[in-house]
Ligand binder design. Structure first.
Ligand SMILES: Cc1ncc(COP(=O)(O)O)c(C=O)c1O
Length: 400
């Protein structure tokens, strides 16, 4: 698919065709897994297609990077060994010791740990601000030192919403770039670059890969100067994914649109059920009209996603019990796979922020609503919450 056509085609067409033309020699419709570390040169420096060594470039990775750029409507995509590897490469590419970054005050725990324990030691410090409070984000900027305003929207796990257009204006006024971690929404539901962001970050481990069988990360940028710095660091730091990982992630992306619609359908059904449950104190979902970010989410997202958080009346003990009792929902970290997952952020994904300003409530449960039969998910939550056991599924636990 040509660059020009890539931008005109619909999302699903780009997901299936961008980044790769059927192989000239065999017609292979799917990018082969190029399990090679090096490439024969036609005379010294005579590279075929620019391939020299697989840390620098590998055709299976090139195909993935092409589709990532096409889906996020960016100029260049870069694949990494994990989401955190992508984040670290971006900070090293764009910041220097003495610089400053603004991050969400409820950032993914691993992102907070990266800034707090790694980048800060290296000389890049940070302030945390609420992504839903544009003024607080502006106030957190250190004039002349802030290089990046880094947001997640929706955030992990509190599903706060940041107004990407407004945050881009604040960042740009201060001479900083806006980085959006688009992991929770996925490019199907939200395209931050077209709303003014400069860089999109993904843990492709999540919805992009979509099948919980590969760890990966990505950066998509719209400015070619930024792209050049990222490309240099991708190669110089070397945290690249192998060709099999790239193949899996690329295969996942082809079905992102249909999966996301089903994730959203099921999440809406689960939200309706939880909202009427007496043991549930609060349901947090940007699709609910009472969610403080609902209006912004409705403006910048196609739908509201597959992540649902809720707080239980019985406190932390009850939250842990619900996590233990769930059977169709597998107790486990991560999100965005076809199977539903349940977790206790305070003790699991966000344990690293315990005791900091970013600590999450103990009665909070996070669901990654999968694409199973919606009624089974609701019945499982019903029995896990300890009500109406006669309506439970009578299945053996689903593992994890
Ligand atoms: C929003 C978000 N960003 C980044 C990451 C880090 O990605 P990875 O685990 O692939 O390194 C995660 C992981 O859970 C995440 O949820």
């Amino acid at each position: 698919m040509t660059q020009e056509h890539r931008h005109k085609a619909g999302f699903e067409t780009r997901a299936i065709h961008a980044g790769y033309e059927p192989d000239e020699m065999t017609g292979s419709v799917i990018p082969p897994i190029y399990a090679t570390s090096t490439y024969k040169q036609d005379g010294v420096g005579g590279l075929r297609g620019g391939y020299e060594y697989s840390r620098s470039a590998n055709p299976t990775r090139t195909a993935l990077e092409g589709v990532l750029a096409a889906l996020e409507e960016g100029e260049r995509g870069f694949a990494f060994a994990s989401g955190l590897a992508a984040e670290d490469a971006l900070v090293r590419a764009l910041c220097r010791p003495g610089d400053h970054v603004v991050i969400p005050d409820d950032a993914y725990g691993g992102t907070h740990r990266l800034f707090d324990k790694v980048e800060q030691v290296w000389g890049v410090d940070y302030s945390a601000a609420s992504v839903s409070d544009v003024e607080a984000t502006a106030a957190a900027i250190a004039p002349g030192r802030t290089r990046l305003v880094w947001v997640e929207t929706p955030t992990n796990p509190l599903l706060n919403i940041g107004d990407i257009e407004a945050l881009a204006a604040v960042a740009h006024d201060a001479g900083a770039l806006l980085v959006v971690d688009n992991t929770f929404a996925s490019p199907y539901l939200q395209q931050p670059l077209s709303l003014g962001a400069d860089v999109v970050v993904h843990s492709t481990t999540k919805y992009a890969g979509g099948h919980s069988d590969v760890v990966g990360g990505a950066l998509v940028v719209k400015d070619l100067e930024v792209a050049e710095k990222v490309e240099f660091h991708q190669n110089a730091m070397g945290a690249v994914p192998g060709p099999f990982d790239c193949f899996l992630t690329h295969r996942g992306l082809k079905t992102l649109g249909v999966r996301m619609d089903r994730h959203c359908d099921n999440a809406e059904q689960v939200v309706r059920f939880l909202a009427g449950h007496p043991e549930v104190a609060e349901v947090i979902y940007p699709g609910l009209p009472e969610h403080p970010g609902h209006e912004v989410a409705a403006r910048q997202m196609l739908r509201f996603g597959g992540m649902v958080s809720f707080r239980v009346r019985g406190g932390e003990e009850q939250a842990l019990r619900v996590c233990d009792r769930a059977a169709v929902f597998t107790l486990g970290e991560s999100l965005g796979g076809v199977e539903s997952l349940i977790e206790h952020p305070g003790r699991m994904t966000h344990a690293s922020v315990a005791g900091t300003d970013l600590e999450v409530p103990g009665d909070l449960i996070r669901l990654s609503v999968g694409i199973e039969t919606g009624d089974d998910l609701v019945a499982d939550l019903d029995q896990a919450l300890g009500r109406a056991p006669d309506r439970a599924l009578g299945r053996t636990p689903g593992g994890g």
